[in-house]
Design a binder for this molecule. Structure first.
Ligand SMILES: [Zn+2]
Length: 288
């Protein structure tokens, strides 16, 4: 009898423990689902590459690029998204280079992705092959970019496609970068992929508004991007450079850092600070 009694007590204690754990999980879920009253932009720490997560006030999630394969995009996403959330509304593959789409293979395997914005320009690489196969198997709807295209992420947040503009014929991979401008209220974020100076110039000629509070600097701060003219047109308050620690390309280039400093912007770098977070309330954008 005594033994049965202690067994019942053990089951009772175990039951209480399970209930307590469930209560904690429910509270975490409730906390995670609370609507935020700002647009959140996380420049994730994926080493030498790009991966930017934007979360709108209604909880719509957009991932722009996924960094390189093994760059840690899944770890970074799980740090920013609720633990039970396994879906993304939109993924943008800016162009076919491995430091942008390598990690998207892992993302497409782990997350249910509703839409993928990607050009139909192929690349002769194993990474692009893996990305294409995973994309085809994922069931995501594919959106092909066009200049001037607008994608509403929710009632108040808009993603505009600015590049490559219609007057521009890309001759190399970086020039195929899909450049987007995320708009919420009076604020905007320019996400320029690896767009080089020639694509920047064509966007200026296209005449579309380029102004943004935050600029994700093109091509990891390479000297082939971020012209003075483009900086003047975008006129950002903040710039984010997504770049690997002591990378073999020497990014960001000193001359780009000097150019940015001359424009009086605040420079944030993932190689120095890790992941970066910005928030916009629709009136102004700031760094968290
Ligand atoms: Zn790149």
């Amino acid at each position: 009898m005594l033994e049965t009694g202690s067994a019942v007590k053990k089951i009772y204690k175990f039951g209480l423990l399970v209930l307590a754990l469930l209560a904690v999980l429910v509270w975490i879920a409730v906390f995670s689902l609370r609507p935020q009253n700002f647009l959140r932009v996380n420049v994730l720490d994926v080493g030498q590459g790009d991966a930017i997560l934007a979360t709108t006030i209604s909880g719509s999630q957009v991932l722009i690029d996924g960094g390189p394969a093994g760059g840690g995009v899944l770890r970074e996403l799980s740090g920013q998204m609720p633990f039970f959330d396994r879906s993304l509304d939109l993924v943008v593959a800016t162009h076919a280079d491995a430091d942008h789409i390598g990690g998207l293979v892992e993302v497409l395997a782990r997350y249910r992705v509703k839409y993928v914005l990607t050009s139909d320009i192929p690349a002769d690489t194993a990474t692009f092959q893996a990305f294409s196969e995973k994309l085809a198997a994922s069931g995501a709807h594919i959106i092909r970019p066009g200049p001037g295209m607008k994608i509403w992420l929710d009632n108040s947040t808009l993603l505009e496609i600015l590049g490559p503009p219609g007057n521009f014929v890309p001759v190399e991979s970086n020039e195929t970068s899909i450049v987007t401008r995320l708009r919420y209220g009076r604020t905007a974020v320019m996400l320029s992929g690896d767009a080089p100076v020639a694509e920047e110039a064509a966007m200026i000629v296209s005449g579309r508004p380029l102004g943004a509070d935050l600029l994700k600097v093109g091509h990891h701060g390479s000297k082939t991007s971020t012209s003075n003219e483009f900086l003047s047109a975008v006129a950002p308050g903040f710039v984010a450079i997504s770049v690997g620690v002591k990378n073999r390309y020497g990014h960001p280039a000193d001359e780009v850092l000097e150019r940015l400093a001359a424009h009086g912007v605040t420079i944030d770098r993932t190689d120095e600070e890790g992941a970066l977070e910005y928030q916009s309330d629709g009136v102004s954008l700031g760094k968290k």
